[in-house]
Write a protein that binds this ligand. Structure first.
Ligand SMILES: NC(=O)c1ccc[n+]([C@@H]2O[C@H](COP(=O)([O-])OP(=O)(O)OC[C@H]3O[C@@H](n4cnc5c(N)ncnc54)[C@H](OP(=O)(O)O)[C@@H]3O)[C@@H](O)[C@H]2O)c1
Length: 287
């Protein structure tokens, strides 16, 4: 008889994220263990609890989810988890602090429904945050040329350089998009626009993007008014605005949920998965 599927939630916040717990419960697991205020010092003890309790043949029935609002802390926790594993003594791990991986994957998947990513040009406004950087990684990894926008040329170039180094490519460039003129210039020749700015910040007004004939898809990830792309509604789901197919934050939310559940379910297929943005995106492509 197979062992129950146990998901162990490592959350870096004071209270483990209820959203992640609900999605886990809806993803076919049998037991959810939630740990909050997780620090690097807690990792070894908890990982030992996960890997030394069941036989190797049953370790695929245990998995770890890393969440919390601080993406940098989540990344460090995953690194520590992986350093504790050895040989076959490991369980599968998914990282989605602040929803960064599932949100970026959903945005890029929305674009991929309407345009071939390989060879496309994409602009990610406010692309220096965790979601924007991951979306840029996914797009560049799929063969797109990517422009990362920021209020700061330096931050934009730093984000681009980090991704290029990781991918060993020069597909990503950083551009300042502080003014409407700069934003319009960044969108010139772009086929994909992703607005990945902080909640409640409008990044681009209508005149900068409507009527841009090259722009085939626009995705706004900000659900809090004012929205990131003026004229795109938060509920838009493949709505045509003058030749550009548009998605609002709630419009991509269904895809995000689907990817999140499928990713959790996939953790239990083997005991050696580490799901970061690229793996989560691949799972999304397979849905
Ligand atoms: N639906 C979901 O489940 C879900 C999950 C995660 C995220 N999201 C949404 O996705 C978006 C991106 O998330 P994130 O965590 O990557 O965002 P973030 O780190 O909060 O912000 C992204 C970028 O926005 C820019 N920014 C911040 N304040 C600004 C301001 N006052 N004016 C103009 N630009 C500003 C910054 O870029 P520069 O300083 O370089 O300009 C920052 O790097 C957010 O809207 C978030 O709410 C949704």
């Amino acid at each position: 008889m197979s062992k129950p599927k146990i998901l162990i939630q490592f959350d870096t916040d004071d209270h483990a994220c209820a959203f992640d717990g609900v999605v886990a419960a809806d993803s076919g697991i049998d037991q959810l263990f939630q740990y909050s205020k997780i620090t690097l010092d807690d990792v070894q003890r908890l990982v030992y609890g996960a890997i030394f309790t069941r036989g190797v043949e049953d370790l695929h029935q245990t998995a770890i989810f890393v969440g919390g609002s601080d993406v940098a802390k989540g990344e460090a926790i995953v690194e520590k988890i992986n350093s504790v594993f050895f040989g076959p003594m490991r369980v599968s791990v998914m990282m989605d602090s602040n929803g960064c991986n599932t949100t970026a994957a959903a945005a890029v998947l929305a674009a991929a429904r309407h345009i071939e990513l390989n060879g496309a040009t994409a602009t990610i406004l406010a692309g220096t945050g965790p979601v924007g950087v991951r979306a840029a990684r996914l797009l560049a990894g799929a063969g797109a040329t990517v422009r990362i926008g920021s209020r700061s040329q330096t931050r934009a170039m730093e984000a681009a350089a980090t991704i290029n180094e990781r991918l060993q490519s020069d597909a990503v460039t950083g551009v300042e998009t502080s003014s409407s003129d700069q934003t319009t210039a960044a969108l010139d020749g772009s086929n994909i626009l992703i607005a990945a700015g902080a909640a409640g910040i409008q990044l681009v007004d209508t005149s900068c993007w409507k009527g841009n004939e090259s722009l085939k898809v626009a995705v706004d990830l900000n659900a809090v008014p004012p929205l990131g792309i003026e004229s795109v509604d938060v509920m838009d789901q493949a709505v045509d605005h003058s030749g550009t197919v548009c998605y609002g934050a709630v419009g991509v939310g269904g895809t995000k949920m689907k990817i999140h559940k499928a990713a959790i379910a996939s953790l239990f297929h083997s005991n050696d998965k580490v799901l970061d943005a690229e793996e989560v995106f691949q799972i999304g492509l397979e849905q």
